[in-house]
Design a protein around this ligand. Structure first.
Ligand code: PEP
Length: 234
């Protein structure tokens, strides 16, 4: 089965997250699913679960410091409290809405890499770059690897075209296939696709060559749909 990950973004309360995890645990256990399934809840909901071994909880963001004066951020000390060892880095909403620079992203990457965290590292181009063609798209994506150690053993990549995230517009199979092929030739790491993946298209997307799974936002927030997504990739 491919790797499947749910990114809650700024959705769900502690209570609804807890229910989600409980139902997901039950489903994974009763179906004896041993493959990698990730959930990235909000930071306020990291503590309330016992997950089954194949369900991995990660944090959507953290500051590259153990602790300190970084108002509004959480750091390693807070993650350790909840035994969190997986982090999402480089998500397009952090790059484009919250203004994280490649330099900041690379610092965060280095910090959590040195601690052995599983890193899901996101890359992807905005619409004007996509419209300029594959060569420009790849050039743009490769710049998102500046100062990123792509040999890191605990690295998973996620190709998420910005224009496909939360828009309902999915990249075509050809778009996905050609970008994934090029990235894989350069960096041989598990490579997820993200961008309007849903129950109806997940099977087809996961069958594309060089696609190792999916990172899903909107369509994963209802547990029934997330379970259907996992079912559809089996
Ligand atoms: C995401 O946020 O990583 C994502 C892929 O979102 P969506 O599935 O809503 O496009």
């Amino acid at each position: 089965m491919p790797i499947i990950a749910s990114n809650f973004k700024t959705n769900h309360t502690r209570k609804s997250t807890s229910l989600f995890i409980e139902k997901l645990n039950n489903y994974l256990q009763s179906n004896d699913i041993k493959d990698e399934v990730y959930v990235f809840p909000t930071s306020t909901s990291l503590d309330s679960f016992n997950t089954v071994s194949n369900l991995l909880l990660g944090v959507q963001n953290a500051y590259p410091a153990k602790n300190g004066s970084f108002t509004g951020e959480i750091g390693l000390e807070q993650l350790e409290e909840f035994d969190i060892k997986t982090i999402l880095i480089g998500h397009s909403e952090r790059r484009h809405i919250l203004g994280e620079t490649q330099e900041e992203i690379a610092k965060k990457y280095e910090f959590y890499k040195n601690l052995g965290f599983r890193i899901i590292y996101c890359i992807g181009e905005p619409l004007e770059i996509k419209n300029a063609g594959l060569e420009k798209t790849l050039e743009y994506i490769y710049e998102q690897f500046i100062d990123i150690d792509t040999n890191y053993s605990n690295l998973i990549l996620a190709y998420e075209p910005v224009w496909a995230i939360g828009t309902g517009v999915t990249a075509t199979n050809d778009d996905i296939g050609s970008v994934h092929k090029a990235i894989k030739e350069k960096i041989n790491k598990p490579l997820l696709y993200g961008g309007s993946v849903k129950v109806e298209n997940v099977k087809e997307i996961c069958k594309i060559e060089n696609v190792d799974g999916a990172l899903i936002g909107t369509a994963s927030w209802k547990i029934e749909d997330f379970i259907k997504i996992i079912e559809n990739t089996k």
